[in-house]
Design a protein around this ligand. Sequence first.
Ligand SMILES: Cc1cc2nc3c(=O)[nH]c(=O)nc-3n(C[C@H](O)[C@H](O)[C@H](O)COP(=O)(O)OP(=O)(O)OC[C@H]3O[C@@H](n4cnc5c(N)ncnc54)[C@H](O)[C@@H]3O)c2cc1C
Length: 392
Amino acid sequence: MQHQHILVAGGGPVGFLTALGLAQRGIRVTLVEAEPGIVNSPRAMVYHWSVLEGLDKLGLLDDAKQRGFTKQDYCHTVFRTGERIYWSLDPLTDETDYPFNLHLGQNDLAEIARQHLARLPNAEVRFGTRISGVTQDADGVTATLESADGTEELRADWLIGCDGAGSAVREKILKLNFFGITWPERFIATNLRFDLEAHGYARANFMMDDVYGAIIAKIDQTDLWRVTFMEDVNLPLESVRERIHHFYDAYVPGIEDYELVQFSPYRMHQRCVDTMRVGRVVLAGDAAHITNPTGGLGLTSGLFDSFFLVEVMNAIVNDGASTDLLDRYSDERRRAFIELASPQATRNKQRIFHAHEGTWFDRELAEIRKLATDRDAVLGQVRFTRALQSSL
Ligand SMILES: Cc1cc2nc3c(=O)[nH]c(=O)nc-3n(C[C@H](O)[C@H](O)[C@H](O)COP(=O)(O)OP(=O)(O)OC[C@H]3O[C@@H](n4cnc5c(N)ncnc54)[C@H](O)[C@@H]3O)c2cc1C
């Protein structure tokens, strides 16, 4: 059984962490990534406290803390009134060894995992290699891989599709339904270099407003910050850059002398695949489910997929467990997304980006205010992400 070979398609954070977890358990792994290197578009950067034990078990946490940083502080701001509600993860100190969040670009996390994977003799990584087809039989899968060297076929025992929101494994190969909705707005994620802490910002902030709603968070120790705001999808894409300053000026009136490092527009969705396992092909991360990013539940869900899938594959490959465990993986991970992560992300989006006066928002605001003074309110809120976890 030990000699099984797993092909991982997609070298985002979920692909690299899954490949690393499998390789650490002695399983032979080949990871193929379509792009020539790790993609560094501005996306996930906040890792909730509840995933940090998983990163630690993989041996990644120390490197990740060194490249990024950990923090407890948050601030919710009501844009129209200027009310600032500061709160902290400090109440978690009594119940976990990881009472903080980690901030780090997801490309950096994937890169750290790549470096650890490179030290293992049973793992191979091929950049510039795209999976375009798969057939499977009772004993394994045969994948078609395309690269600058041409097309080849690779035989493996299992395929794990971690190839992101536009997953070829999900759409073209398995032809699965990706049920859900696409939001009628556009998010603009921007990275800038500027000292926002000097302007009263915590290192993670939610600006609540139906026009100027934003997520504002510090990415690393060099004063690189992420500001993500929302706009009408009908505005021209070509002039996104010209609109960025207007939003920055709303958050720091009179702002100048900042460096706009990077920006990217995104459409947002709440979608989940019908099943995360078809025979010997399994899906994880955004290939299986996608959410709007408010509250950072997208990659969080993907990391919990990855940690659980590594346990499941280890049980099957190394301990001879039934392959039916993969159906349990699919059921539990879909349920965590559909019943917990997706509705919470929708509520988060409503709170931050559609915040205007009215009974609903008044009630939400009353709950948010409690976070500043009530330890139980904080624990109630932040324990939520641990409920997204699955294990054997
Ligand atoms: C603005 C923004 C902010 C976000 N912030 C957060 C956050 O703070 N916290 C959080 O938890 N989540 C956040 N998310 C969500 C997070 O970015 C995603 O959940 C995460 O990228 C999923 O990782 P993944 O590895 O599954 O997919 P991806 O990161 O998309 O990686 C998929 C990889 O597969 C490769 N690929 C594609 N097709 C093929 C193919 N045919 N063959 C081989 N390789 C292929 C791609 O090139 C890519 O490298 C955010 C998203 C956005 C848009």
